[in-house]
Ligand binder design. Structure first.
Ligand code: FES
Ligand code: FES
Length: 168
């Protein structure tokens, strides 16, 4: 729908059907931040740092180079949509326990790519899988090792749960 040079896109945003209004070619990150989703953080605006990552139909994408119109008909998840009923996800909780951040500016992006990785795999993860899944995320504070540790810990725990179920 077009109105005064602007378009309206319909999407499912963090689980809720939502209509958003904006300029077709503007970055999706701007439109999402206008909705108050400040976990979508913009730094490089070039698609190279990962801070603006959102999940589009379950896949991590850089919202700073994603045109607004591309949200139409999509399922969009930002870091605000990872918690459920006010409770942090197991992954978010593990980031805290593993001290996987310092300033935390990069954390929403890492969390979303890690969530996508965990959703698309089963059981424990190899170091290579984790590195590949987190590719394209930069952390100025150098928290790479603790981030990877957190993701491996969540994967290992579910692996243990899977093994336990299999043994019953
Ligand atoms: S701000 Fe989008 S990738 Fe850096
Ligand atoms: S925790 Fe500071 S940039 Fe990553």
């Amino acid at each position: 729908m077009t109105e005064g040079g602007k378009i309206t896109v319909s999407c499912v945003l963090n689980g809720a059907k939502t209509d958003l209004c904006g300029e077709a070619a503007q970055p999706a990150s701007e439109a999402l931040r206008r909705e108050g989703l400040f976990g979508v953080r913009e730094t490089c605006s070039l698609g190279v740092c990962g801070t603006c990552t959102v999940l589009l139909d379950g896949e991590p994408v850089s919202a700073c180079i994603l045109p607004f119109y591309a949200l139409e008909g999509s399922e969009v998840r930002t870091v605000e949509g990872l918690e459920s009923g006010g409770r942090l996800s197991a992954l978010q909780q593990q980031f805290i326990e593993s001290q996987a951040f310092q300033c935390s500016f990069c954390t929403p992006g890492f969390l979303l790519s890690a969530a996508a990785l965990l959703d698309s795999t089963e059981g424990a993860l190899t170091d290579e899988q984790v590195e590949e899944g987190l590719q394209g995320h930069l952390c100025r504070c150098g928290c790479y090792e603790t981030v990877k540790e957190a993701v491996r810990a969540v994967a290992a725990r579910r692996h243990g749960q899977d093994a336990g179920r299999g043994a019953r």
